[in-house]
Design a protein around this ligand. Sequence first.
Ligand code: ATP
Length: 578
Amino acid sequence: MEKQVQDLTLEEKKQVAKDVILGEDGQPLSKKALKKLEKEREKEQKRIEREARETEEKAKREASEVDYSEGRYGVLPLNRSTSRENRTYTDIKDISAAKDGQKVLVRARVYTSRLQGNKMCFFSLRQQYNTIQALVVVDKDTISKPMVKWCGSIGLESIVMVEGTVQKSPEVIKSATVQDAEIHVSNVYVVSPVKKHLPFLVEDADRSEEQIRESEENAKEGDSKFVRVLLDTRLDNRVLDLRTPTNQAIFDIQSGICDAFREHLLANSFNEIHTPKMTGASSEGGANVFKISYFKGAGYLSQSPQLYKQMLIAADRERVFEVGPVFRAEESNTYRHMTEFTGLDLEMAFYEHYHEVVEFLENLFLHIFKTLKEKYSSQIALIRNMYSSEDFVLPVGSERVRFHFKEAVQLLREAGYRKQLTPGQEPPKDEEFRYCEDPEFEDFSTPEERVLGAIVREKYNTDFYVIDKYPSSARPFYTMPDPEDPRYSNSYDFFMKGQEIMSGAQRIHDPELLTERMKSLGIAPDAGLQAYIDSFALGCPPHAGGGIGLERVLMFFLNLPNIRLASAFPRDPKRLLP
Ligand code: ATP
């Protein structure tokens, strides 16, 4: 029974006085007010307990959700080839609505990803230039919210392995190359995560200048615009840049050019050769050669396989070709020069006239162009989204377009094109002669070549043609002079859209004539060249050939604005890395 205040001892009275709760007026609270306060306290206590209970239950629930998706997602251990399950993997390009309902296992990169609330994650998965939409959707048995959340946290460009079921899409999926189906994902594993900050998004690097400009023009204040990834940024981060669908297609075609080149040559009794890239003699003259230190001495990086191709002809290899690096120490920072490029070189013995070789070369190029058009039409179409180009026009049927150098000069003149004169300079009476007699003259200039390309396209409806009989002054010492007029030579250049892609000639295969020619050009009989000259003293069939720049062919065929875009890891006077 509760004691009345008057029954309390002194000590007890002191304690009660300490516990008395005072109201706002400083007086002890009434019994009623005390009761009310007590109730409020109880209520608060209950609320705290209820919240603690709920938090605990939520944690338990979440723990059980992790459990029900456990094993369906996560980062795979580093592949060290410990096991082999021989599972069947599907390529994105082979998926379509026809596979509706089928289970697939796909390894791809995360191109884009988007979490929708906490129940759905959309992926765009990419293999080279093929993309497909994949969805991870929460359900009560297999896919938990934590799994979906984790999927949304996978870094872009990571490589994932996805298992799922193909589902026919009710609508056209415009953002993917597979437009009639998507993957409903049951399992997602990261095979190789991205461990560093991406310098740019592959998606951004795959937009054309037109698209970017359009976004800039149409953007209202506060709108975000497309990002422009500049050439140097691309080349500094080339591995990432090469992943763009456009670049994947460009390098398919690069491989296709080499393939078609080899195919045609092997089918015509050519032998593939491998000549040294370090040498004691420079084949194209001293100015643009890279010197290397070679133990206690010095050497050069090969400027072309020229001398060795010819020596192999003297060694009875008859028809030879090589695909290999060519080094040029040219300080030319142009859109079409690199310091290392890939040469597609060939040399062949002929019976009567070097035009046998010119004809063979014309057919070789036509084979390459036709193969590209037939086998790589989808890649060409894809590249055009980024770099627009017109169809490459080839001569019809057996028609070939070939001009004597004089005729080419004449074509330029008829079109009213004149060499740029310095102030006060007299216009030359006969330009063709000026070309031959001018000691400064090296070749047509690039603008002249371009104008000529446009004239030829207009007159002959072709983007591919040959100019024959170049002035001797424009060609290297080993070029056979024209028998009728030594100011010219038995040499030729091949052109695509007015831009040179190949130089070639009949070569001098007589040691006396070669030595005489070297003397007249002031080339000292170099010890390094002796084995080359001697190989003709041992008897050699008449022969001709040419050197093609792989990246130039690729660049002009696709109308790429810069040769660096046609090389996986370009080298120029300012770039030696990566
Ligand atoms: P250009 O006059 O264009 O500088 P070139 O006359 O020096 O070329 P060649 O030595 O005849 O060229 O080489 C044969 C082919 O190699 C050329 O037709 C071209 O396709 C390619 N080529 C030459 N130099 C380069 C270079 N610096 N970068 C890329 N390709 C080149």
